[in-house]
Unconditional design. Sequence first.
Length: 763
Amino acid sequence: MIHSDFIHHNPKLHIFLPLYYTLWTDSILTPTEIKEMEALIDRQEWLSVEEKAWLLEKLNPTRPPSPKDLKTIRKEIRSLEIKELESLTSIGIALVRKYNPELTFSQKTIIDFYNTERNLGLLGKEAGYAFKSGHQTLTTDHQAQQNFDVHEMTKVLDGNQAALIRKVKTIISDPTFAFREYESLKEQREQTLIWCQELARQGFGAWAYPGFADGKDDMEGYFTIMETLSYHDLSMVIKFGVQFGLWGMSIYFLGTEKHHRKYLKDVGSLKLPGCFAMTETGHGSNVRGLETTATYNHSKKTFTIHTPHPDARKEYIGNAAMHGQMATVFAKLIIDGEDFGVNAFIVPLRDAQGDMVPGVRIEDCGRKMGLNGVDNGVIYFDQVEIPKENMLDRFSSINDSGEFESPISSDNRRFFTMLGTLVGGRIGIPRSALSAAKTGLTIAIRYAEKRRQFGPEGGEEVPIMNYRMHQRRLIPPLATTYALQFALRYLTQRFLNRNEDDAQEIEALAAGMKAYTTWFTTAALQECREACGGKGYLSENRIDALKNDTDVYTTFEGDNVVLMQLVAKNRLTEFRQEFSDMNMFTVFNYVVNQAKTSITEKNPLIVRNTDQAHILDMDFHLNAFRYRERAILASAAQRIKRHIDSGMDSFDAFNIVQHHLIQVGQAFIERIILEEFQKAVEEMKDKRIEDALTQLCQLYALHTIEKNSTWYLEQGYMEGVKTKAIRKEVNQLCWEIRKNALALTDAFDIPETCIAAPIARRI
């Protein structure tokens, strides 16, 4: 027993107790530790033979002190009310003086003890913290603050849609929309339908339709409704989007007055549930390659819709398995044996009683990774006859003579004009995805504020949000979420105010934003799950549903990789060439000219400038983003031109540089996002809101530059000292923004009934 009568009769031995306690706390004495302590004891000439023997006996690894011994030593040392003692040696000396204030040690002895501490790897003051209570550090003192008015930030995020957002949140907070467990797939699908019917009753389904269809002709409002609903069940959101967006909007944008009057009111009220049947087993992204046929019979004034072989079946069609009564079917129009390309037709699937129309066969896709409240199905058509007026004829029609007519002479232009009217889906999906990311981050950050783990010796456990690495995991995604909020608002306004001249540019922008945002959401939700540990794995905390339901967003409305290539081709052709025509290529001189970097940007003083003011400067950020975009675009253009000039087919040339094209698209989208975020910051009138958004904007920019630091180093745009300084500043911004992290998620104003995660519950 270390603490015994022997030591009380020999008070000088107390100088050893802090060392003994510290070495024995892990229950193991290593050979090196034993050797160092034996040497220390042997050098102390003031120790008697008996005292040395007693001390050496306590170093026997087969006879460790009991837990009670260690607790007794710790209690006795703590009775000293230690404040600023520098080392175990100084604690030991203080303990000796407690029992005999007259006892002293030579300077040689004190230095010997200090040196032994160092040799044993005991960190002086750090080791002493084990005997202190209430030990405070920078990490323990760091805590959530609120440096701005949360309600004012919510107003900034909601913009001119605040009233509608409030209305939707009120509805989905009602007990009617309470989350529940399901015993079967059928039960979940029926509940999803009931929710959508309630939303239709509130007028949300018809919101974008004309007044005669009980709508408000408000497309911006429709996007807002989709985004806000996405704080709730995502199966409900997607079924809502299929019914009122894809099915209804295809009639609205591809049809004419007769179709609008006949169908839209019943679509908006959900009296007429329908589908959007574009994707086929053999063709998804390549819509022009669809193989379902619509053969025109002039004598009967009908079209015959047919699935020529199994790969031409319509697959993964929402609303098809259970509820859909009609569908917008995309099929090749055949007139007198001639193919007039893909057109759209309204085709019945079931009658009002749910019985299948003759010639239609539907199979259930069954259980999926997520979104199981949506009844996806596979549709086969076997010579299904529909009347002539069921052709959606805004861009093409059959005249009284049975001939094909269109106001757009070019097949390519007509095709892409038709698809361009449906680009709204590529706006609704990323806005929905961002809401899911907001919910995940709110849950993870709230949990990180409450969950305590570890802490300094002698101190309390600290919130895991105080750990730098945890901040690194959650704060950059939070900054990106704010960045995307403003970028998607910009995209929405561009879409609402589009004209024929900028249609393809907006379509490319929508494709890129959809890809970038849904990729981000997938990554952010995975980080949120891991950051919540095992709690994040529990279904009750909702992150699993958010992850599973949004995973398919990366391939909804087009595969993200294909969409980013579309963006790149649009950039390469300066928005003038039809991006699908891979056998034509424009001159690239204009791109090369854009890539010329100013002397200022490549100035040796700039590439290694590590001043904080420069690193945080928004002009520096935007110049770096623009340079990356220009350089990658020029490089891709030169590579493709070189391949084509050497005689390679343009299809092969594009295939070789596909990875490069993805980088072109991403660099373009990141530049747009940063520009819009910076504009939003500049427009802020509230200084505290501006300061909070400025930090988020700086973090988004620097974190993005950091991710691409290898590229910047390769280009000579930055030197290593500068990229290191950027990494340091990212860490510091995460540390500072962490104070506002809770308030920044509170500003999303997500209804508590929608968050619904026990780990995120307000205390």
